[in-house]
Design a protein around this ligand. Structure first.
Ligand SMILES: [Zn+2]
Ligand SMILES: [Zn+2]
Length: 245
């Protein structure tokens, strides 16, 4: 089995270390057929996200140059969007999504919510949930709802690191992903997904995507034990969108 594409990499445009060209060069060296540039959406706080939506124009220009320099690698222009309200709104609007080759979306804790109430539900309460079972239960319901609504209302190709730092109903999310054709990510950097999670998700008929979530060129195409965990969970290679036998 071989992972032929890395659909989740960051650059200096958000809080990665390298340039677009660095990531594409690394992908070419590792023999990847495709790589996606998926910097964080603008709602991530403290310089983690892109400065504004206009940044995607600059990223597109660099991607164009990297395509010319490395014609053997398919370079996808993408984003790792943030969920900013429990109705599934993203920090990258539909008109920007349409211009991208791939849209990833994930739940991040240090983000600007649409409103203060949204911030509480998506971020604050997830921190407070550590000390209260009641809050933990309500957080789990809203975490799941916001992800489910996000894939219903937007064009999301992959949900990144599902369940990282936040509690979710795996089966419910996977069921909806299977219905709308969104893949669940097996994230190599965070390596938080275990065999049990993957088995629960797989039972719903969902597809998966193995990504590095590289924050530096040296991490591009590094999938660690993600493939091995997937195989141990009994996921068939055909169910992983970027794996080939
Ligand atoms: Zn992320
Ligand atoms: Zn990421």
């Amino acid at each position: 089995m071989r992972v032929f594409a890395d659909y989740h990499t960051h650059t200096r445009f958000s809080h990665g270390k390298g340039t677009v060209m660095d990531n594409v060069r690394a992908a070419a060296r590792k023999g990847l057929e495709a790589v996606a540039i998926t910097d964080h959406g603008p709602a991530n706080l403290f310089g983690v996200g892109v400065e504004s939506l206009a940044t995607f124009g600059e990223i597109a220009e660099e991607i164009e140059r990297s395509r010319e320099a490395f014609p053997g690698v398919r370079v996808l222009m993408g984003v790792e969007a943030n969920i900013v309200d429990t109705d599934g709104g993203l920090d990258v609007p539909a008109e920007v999504q349409k211009r991208l080759d791939i849209v990833l979306a994930g739940h991040h804790l240090i983000v600007r919510g649409r409103t203060l109430a949204d911030w509480w539900k998506l971020s604050g309460r997830n921190f407070a949930a550590r000390w209260s079972r009641h809050l933990a239960e309500r957080a789990r319901v809203d975490n799941t709802k916001s992800l489910v609504e996000a894939i219903r209302r937007n064009r999301v190709d992959v949900v990144t690191h599902p369940g990282l730092h936040v509690s979710i109903d795996t089966a419910e999310l996977a069921r909806e992903c299977a219905r709308v054709g969104t893949a669940l990510e097996i994230n190599a950097k965070h390596a938080h997904l275990d065999v049990a999670f993957l088995k629960v998700a797989a039972r719903q008929g969902v597809s998966f995507c193995i990504n590095s979530d590289a924050h530096g060129p040296d991490e591009v195409g590094e999938f660690g034990r993600a493939l091995e965990v997937a195989m141990r969970a009994g996921i068939e290679p055909e169910r992983i969108i970027n794996v080939r036998a």
